[in-house]
Design a protein around this ligand. Structure first.
Ligand SMILES: NC(=O)c1ccc[n+]([C@@H]2O[C@H](COP(=O)([O-])OP(=O)(O)OC[C@H]3O[C@@H](n4cnc5c(N)ncnc54)[C@H](OP(=O)(O)O)[C@@H]3O)[C@@H](O)[C@H]2O)c1
Length: 257
């Protein structure tokens, strides 16, 4: 029981809350671009150094997820351990390595309110997904050979490869100490403005497939709802800033949008 509610029901409410937040987030970010990175602007209250902001935003994905995972009855089972490894493979890097790889962050900040909002969402999502894989979901050893798990793993790794490659291309646009923006070129950048977001969305749909679960799907949908519209905002920003920005390049999905 949690707050007097049977845990399965409580978890289901939390999962549907995450899906509801996906809808709210998508509407909000279509109307107002989240104020960080190139879209950072004043008027959002106290600010925090952007590198520290990234670590604060993302730490629940590693620590809250890990803590909730460890409370589960199936924490030592093979498939839950595999799923934990997949998750942490992405998030340990994103939380503790990625912020230190970024270039040109000297003097850059983000609103504390954005970092705190992300902490709340990431904690909710950590509960929804970690509790599912180590306690509420049923993953016996034969799940390892299930087509959904194998396909999900392939999709996840493909997305991860695209995301980390695309993030590296952006980093390499700046020499150490540079802070400005240039047009990224080559590979998937010839087709879309934000292959890093595309890769991230693919990754979490891979997770949804590998877990074949509503919690996994809720996070994949939330990710698409959050960064999908931002790809549109970034694309419009490039078109405005660079008169020679490639006109055939789409926002997020090659040849389509
Ligand atoms: N799961 C989720 O819901 C979620 C949400 C947000 C982000 N993410 C992931 O987090 C990562 C970063 O996201 P983001 O929104 O910060 O990505 P971004 O806007 O593409 O920026 C990534 C980094 O590259 C730099 N950069 C971007 N475009 C550049 C250009 N044209 N020239 C030079 N430098 C450039 C940025 O510098 P500045 O900081 O100076 O702008 C920043 O350091 C991505 O992999 C994304 O998928 C995931």
């Amino acid at each position: 029981m949690i707050f007097g509610i049977p845990e399965l029901d409580f978890h289901s409410y939390a999962t549907w809350l995450e899906l509801g937040l996906a809808v709210l987030t998508m509407i909000s970010v279509f109307i107002i671009s989240a104020p960080y990175g190139r879209h950072m602007r004043g008027g959002w209250g106290p600010e925090v150094n952007s590198r520290a902001g990234w670590i604060i935003m993302e730490f629940p994905t590693v620590l809250v997820f890990g803590g909730i995972y460890l409370l589960g009855d199936h924490k030592f089972d093979l498939v839950p351990l595999m799923l934990l490894s997949i998750w942490q493979f992405h998030y340990i890097r994103r939380t503790f390595i990625y912020p230190f790889l970024l270039r040109g962050q000297k003097g850059k900040t983000m609103p504390q309110s954005i970092a705190l909002t992300a902490v709340v969402f990431n904690s909710l999502n950590a509960y929804v997904n970690a509790r599912w894989i180590s306690h509420l979901g049923i993953y016996t050893d034969d799940w390892l050979t299930h087509p959904a798990f194998i396909a999900g793993l392939v999709v996840f790794l493909t997305g991860w490869g695209i995301n980390t490659w695309a993030d590296r291309v952006l980093r390499d646009l700046r020499a150490p100490g540079e802070t400005g923006y240039k047009i990224p070129r080559g590979g998937l950048y010839e087709y879309v403005t934000c292959p890093n977001y595309l890769g991230e969305i693919i990754e979490w749909f891979g997770w949804a497939l590998a877990t074949l679960s509503l919690p996994g799907l809720a996070f994949a949908i939330y990710t698409a709802a959050n960064i999908g519209p931002r790809a549109g905002t970034n694309h419009a920003w490039y078109l405005e800033k660079f008169p020679d920005y490639p006109k055939k390049r789409k926002r997020l999905i090659p040849f389509i949008w």
